[in-house]
Structure formats: C-alpha cells, structure tokens
Design a protein around this ligand. Structure first.
Ligand code: COA
Length: 529
C-alpha cells in the first residue's frame, strides 16, 4: 500500500469515528428509550421514507462537535438530520429532529443546519419533509436562538415562502412540538400526526396550568386526535410511525414530476476508478498535485477537454480549465494544479472560462487547492489585483450552478475566486485534505509574530527566543486547527466532508439537483481586463 493511501485511509477512519458518534447519540440506552415510546431512530424512518434501494445523501453529519456552548458539550449532528433523497423519483429535502440529542432542541448550530437545508431546498426547488420531534428552542440559549433573523422564526418564514412557491412542506410529527415548535405542524401544507405520540401546542400543560390554572394532559391539550378531529391544525391521523411515513409518501406521490434542465448523455465510468485518489493525493495540502490525474478519476472515460492548455506555461497552468462529463452531465472544471498559486494569467483564463460556461449554461465545478493569489511587486505591477478581482466578479455573477470541492489549501482570496462559501456555491464539499483559513498556519504564525515582536519592542520588553518560539507554535496550532475539515464541518462551513470514494456520486447528485430549476441568463458587471 502506498504511503499516501495509508495516510488517507487513516484520516478517513478518524472521520468514520466521528460520524459514528452522530449515528448513535446516547448509545443503546437511547434506542431502548425510543423503542419504549414506539419510536424508531430517525435514520430508519428516513430509509423507509425514500424510494427503496436509493441513497440518502446526508448533509453536514459532523456539525455540532467541539463547539463551546457553556455546560453543553457536543451536539452530535447538531441534533437534526438533513439530506436529500428521492421520493417517487423526485429529489426531496428531509429535515428530521433527532430526539436523542437533548430532546431535539434547537441550538444555534441546529438552526444554522435546518436553515441551510431549507435554503438548498428553496434555491433548487425541492419539496421538504420535516420529521418533527423537538423540545423547541434550547432554553438556556434563548438569546442566541430566538429573536433574530436566521433564528427560530426563520424556519417558519421559510416554510411559508416555499409553500407559496409551490414547494410542498410536509410535516410528520413524531413527538413533542411545543410553543414556537408547534408551527412546524401548523405551517405545513399537510401534516401527519400519530396517535398518543405526536403533540403540538403553543403552551404545554405546565405553562397552561401557570397561565390559566387549567389542568390538562398533553394528549387532551394538543394530541393527534385533537388536531386532526377537533382543531383542524393537522390533516392526517395515523396509528404509528410506519403508517405515518407511508402517508407522507402517498401525499408526495401526487406532486408534479421534476424536470432536470441539463442534457444528460450516456453515463460512463471514469477511466481510472475514483479510488486512485488515495494514491495520487499527497499527504499535505501544501504539496504539488496533478489536476489532470485527479480529473481523470472523476470524468466519464477520463476525458478532459482542456481550455487554453498551452497558455502561459509556469504561470497559467497552476489552474486548469476545461470540460468534462460527469455521469453523463456536462460540467466546466476550474481546478488548482501543481502548487496552486494563482498568477494573473491563470486568473484571466479562469474568468474567461467562467463567462464561457455561463453562456453555454453548463455548471462549474471548482476543485480548490490553492494557497492564494501570487504576491510581490512583479505580480502587483502586472495586475494580479485587478485580474484576481475579475475572477472573483465572474464567480460572483455567474448564473450557472457552481459547486466547490476543496482538495487542498483554501486560503486568502483564492477562497473567493474558487467559489468559497460567501460566493454561494450550490454545494460546498470538503475532504480530509481540505484546509480552509485566511492563511496557512505557518504564514499566520510568521505574520502575527512580527506584529507581536514590534509591539513588545515598542513597549521596551522584547521577546526572548523561547517566547518567540512558543508564540509562533501557538499561532501555527491555532490556525491549523481552525482550518481542519472537522473544525469547519462542525460549524457548517461545508455541506459534507466527503471521502475520496464518494466524490463522483456526490458531484453528480449536486449537478442534478442544481438543475431542477432553469439556469438564468448570463449577466456580468464591470470587468477591468
Ligand atoms: N430547552 C433546554 N433543554 C431541554 C428542552 C428545552 N426546551 N426540552 C428538553 N430539554 C432537555 C431536558 O432537560 C433533558 O436534558 P437532560 O438529558 O440533560 O436531562 C433532555 O432535553 C431530554 O428531555 P426529556 O424531557 O427527558 O425528554 P422527553 O422525551 O421525555 O420529552 C419533550 C421531550 C420535548 C416533550 C419535553 O422535554 C418538553 O416538554 N420540553 C420542553 C418543551 C418546551 O416547553 N419548549 C419551549 C421552547 S420553544
């Protein structure tokens, strides 16, 4: 086994270990507790909900780890499972509370994940299924989850707007939905409740007793029977979870069939299996990569129709551009190559390519492994600033779906030009080789040390060599830690950390889902040229 392969298998084993924690929060005890309530673990419900034999593309599984919520610790999977699956052949967004994680309550990261899933659904025209079982806002953090835009109320605002756009919002309540949480049932286009399992009320029994003195059970106050037989706040009455899942499927079997607005050619395998990435990707993001070899593992038949292949050797080829087919779908590629530093020729080539793909209405895949744009007087004088800005402008304005996959360094303005989060790619994936931060640990350590040095000298207390080393190492560790895909994934800076083996399937899914809406006309602002 090659050294690279051994390294990446070890790295991905660490990812597996983390993911296991999200699959089984609370261990067997939590499963037994659910079973006593007649409930299945949430992913079992999802498996039954999606078409038999199809894949559930689960997003952001490592969200919620290592956050510093006081007195809370990890929030595995952010307490909510989100992802895409097909229901009667239609791509659907599924958003499901996991009651094993603090009763499915909403922490800031839970909201961020829920709202990101809704944004993907709204942008791409997907129906949503909510599997609702939540204690509502995590009350000790109410100030961080309740009042602001992007907080609790936004979930219902999004439901209302999506349903107005014809995107079905279906809620299957499998537990408590109290206070604000009740709106997930009442705002749905159709909601399904389960006898003696689902509850929905604006104030639970303890609050009702306090407010009015009325003593009433949860069942009588807002159980499935109340809302399906008396209040009319819910629409379908079921006896158990299996029946409820079948009912949701039935409801969605009657919605119009989705159309994909991109021609699909015959799907072909890549010329090298994607597995080859384990051998060809060096163990650190700062080492040289061969974009062509990477693309061969992704493209159908390994065919890469390269654009401006011979342009400006040594300066234009740190970034390669061209077209591939991926599982039959045509896609434009912009890929970091070699060391990945972007010179002005590469920036111009990329901007040109983005405009061309926009006129052709084919999606763009950014394979990002760049530490930044070239610095120094030569680069500045020959216009790296303006050509880099042109690339960033082209990325910002392109109407075609853009998808980012980070396979190495992801620093500085290269994060912008290669379509980082702020540039709203339809999907953003990391790998265990990704390192996303303003600059590398070593660069940050050096810059911050020079600032600290100046400060200490001005104060008349210059640092000793030992202090300087300690300071530098601390900064390197901080930056390297914050750039790691686990740190970023925990905060939802990626939609998923992909294993190399998964890359082709996920990119194909992302292309397909991104074309469920027609692509707009190209419109770019003022380039400098
Ligand atoms: N805020 C903070 N913590 C909450 C919470 C909330 N809204 N709702 C539940 N929790 C916590 C519990 O304290 C418990 O924590 P622990 O494991 O550290 O002891 C954990 O979540 C599990 O709750 P528990 O009550 O044991 O689960 P359950 O399955 O028996 O009941 C609910 C679930 C949701 C019906 C019940 O917890 C409940 O009624 N919660 C309050 C709901 C509410 O009034 N929300 C208003 C906010 S909008």
């Amino acid at each position: 086994m090659s050294e690279n392969r051994q390294h990446w298998l070890n790295e991905e084993a660490k990812l597996d270990e983390l993911v296991q924690k999200t699959l089984w929060p609370g261990g067997q005890k939590a499963i037994d507790r659910l079973a006593k309530q007649g409930k299945k673990p949430v992913r079992e419900l999802i498996d039954r909900l999606i078409d038999p034999g199809t894949q559930f593309f689960e997003l952001s599984r490592i969200a919620g780890f290592g956050l510093d919520y006081p007195g809370v610790g990890d929030v595995p999977c952010a307490g909510v499972v989100t992802g895409l699956g097909k229901i009667y052949g239609n791509w659907t967004m599924i958003i499901a509370n996991d009651p094993r994680v603090k009763a499915g309550t909403y922490f800031p990261i839970t909201l961020k994940k829920h709202i990101r899933a809704q944004a993907i659904a709204e942008e791409n025209g997907l129906n949503c299924v909510y599997i609702a079982d939540s204690g509502g806002a995590f009350l000790p953090m109410q100030a961080e989850v309740f009042p602001d835009d992007g907080h609790f109320g936004s979930m219902f605002y999004n439901m209302a707007r999506m349903s107005a756009k014809g995107l079905r919002q279906i809620t299957m309540s499998t537990g408590g939905n109290t206070a604000g949480g009740a709106y997930i049932v009442f705002m749905a286009c159709e909601s399904v409740m389960i006898d003696k399992m689902s509850y929905s009320f604006l104030g639970g029994p303890p609050l009702v007793k306090m407010a009015t003195g009325e003593v009433i059970s949860a069942e009588e106050l807002g159980g499935a029977k109340v809302h399906t037989h008396i209040s009319g706040g819910a629409d379908h009455f079921c006896q158990n979870q299996d029946e409820a899942v079948d009912r949701v499927r039935e409801i969605l079997s009657l919605t119009p069939f989705q159309k994909i607005h991109l021609h699909r050619y015959e799907e072909r395998p890549s010329s090298y299996p994607i597995d080859k990435l384990y051998d060809i990707l060096p163990t650190t993001g700062s080492q040289v990569i061969d974009a062509h070899a990477i693309i061969e593992t992704i493209a159908d038949d390994g065919v890469f129709n390269e654009y401006k292949k011979h342009y400006a050797p040594g300066r234009g080829d740190n970034l390669v551009t061209g077209k591939i087919r991926l599982k039959g779908y045509p896609a434009g590629i912009i890929a970091s190559n070699k060391i990945g530093v972007i010179f002005e020729e590469a920036a111009r080539k990329a901007a040109e390519w983005i405009v061309r793909c926009s006129y052709e209405k084919i999606p763009l895949i950014f394979l990002q492994g760049s530490p930044g744009y070239m610095v120094g007087s030569d680069a500045e004088h020959s216009g790296i600033g303006k050509y880099g800005a042109d690339m960033v402008r082209a990325v910002s304005c392109a109407q075609v779906p853009r998808i980012q996959l980070v396979i190495g360094q992801d620093n500085g303005a290269a994060n912008y030009g290669m379509c980082g989060r702020a540039y709203k790619p339809k999907f953003l994936f990391h790998t265990m080789r990704s390192r996303t931060s303003v600059m590398s640990g070593k660069s940050a350590g050096g810059v911050l040390l020079s600032i600290e040095d100046r400060k200490r000298e001005a104060g008349g207390k210059p640092m000793t060599d030992e202090e300087r080393n300690e300071f530098y190492e601390k900064m390197v560790q901080k930056y390297d830690g914050e750039a790691h895909p686990f740190f970023c994934g925990a905060r939802l800076l990626s939609d998923r950390v992909l294993k190399f083996m998964e890359i082709r399937d996920w990119l194909a899914m992302a292309i397909e889902v991104s074309h469920l809406r027609p692509v707009g006309e190209p419109s770019f602002g003022n380039f400098r040229f």
